[in-house]
Design a protein around this ligand. Structure first.
Ligand code: CTP
Ligand code: K
Ligand code: MG
Length: 185
């Protein structure tokens, strides 16, 4: 797997533990909101769309996926002799950074949405598609600094920032069409 295919595969593989948490949170959501119903400046701090259960389930799903991807990676490398480094291997610190960071990025976006007068479920183009990527990369950088710097090369980052909004729009439209989500964003 050389050249462009390897680059795109490596970049998306590295971000998978950050892609899954939001979808897992949608499926697991409900229960007590993180902000406990509290308001700030007349509006909810975060809103009912950010719950403890959704956040915990999303984080666990992302970490579990990273562990599973490591197993698949080892299997594939043994079977087809994939060159080491094409697909990243996740240390647990990186897995947690990507998964929890994605959730925190999404929560930060809700905070900004409430401060700018947007009700729960309102769209905020740009922020909606990239909040979790920025959160994931930042927390991964904090918890697994060397791994993050070595894994997210400028070329892979470029792929991530171009491909993620496209993937995000597609998965959310699908989630909306199958009735898992109230809005197609
Ligand atoms: N969810 C959750 N906990 C989270 C993130 C999401 O429980 N940390 C669940 C909620 O049921 C939420 C649904 O997933 O309604 C969809 O997530 P999202 O689109 O991020 O939330 P919204 O309801 O649109 O709220 P907001 O406007 O604050 O983004
Ligand atoms: K969101
Ligand atoms: Mg939403």
């Amino acid at each position: 797997m050389a050249g462009l295919v390897g680059l795109v595969a490596g970049a998306l593989w590295a971000m998978l533990p950050a892609y899954v948490p939001n979808n897992a949170a949608v499926l697991a959501g409900g229960g007590a909101p993180i902000d406990g119903g509290r308001t700030w400046g007349g509006r909810r701090i975060l809103g009912d769309g950010k719950t403890w259960r959704g956040t915990a389930a999303g984080t666990l799903a992302g970490v579990a996926l990273a562990v599973a991807l490591n197993a698949v990676n080892a299997l594939v490398a043994d079977t087809v002799g994939l060159a080491a480094g094409v697909l990243p291997v996740f240390p647990l610190t990186a897995a947690l950074g990507l998964a929890l960071g994605a959730m925190l990025g999404d929560i930060g976006a809700s905070f900004l949405k409430r401060r700018t007068g947007r009700e729960r479920g309102a769209s905020f183009p740009g922020l909606d598609q990239l909040d979790f990527v920025v959160g994931a990369l930042l927390l991964s950088l904090v918890l697994a600094t060397d791994w993050t710097l070595a894994t997210f090369t400028p070329a892979r980052l470029a792929v991530v920032f171009v491909a993620t909004p496209v993937l995000h729009v597609v998965t959310n439209v699908i989630a909306y069409l199958i009735g898992a989500k109230n809005e197609p964003w």
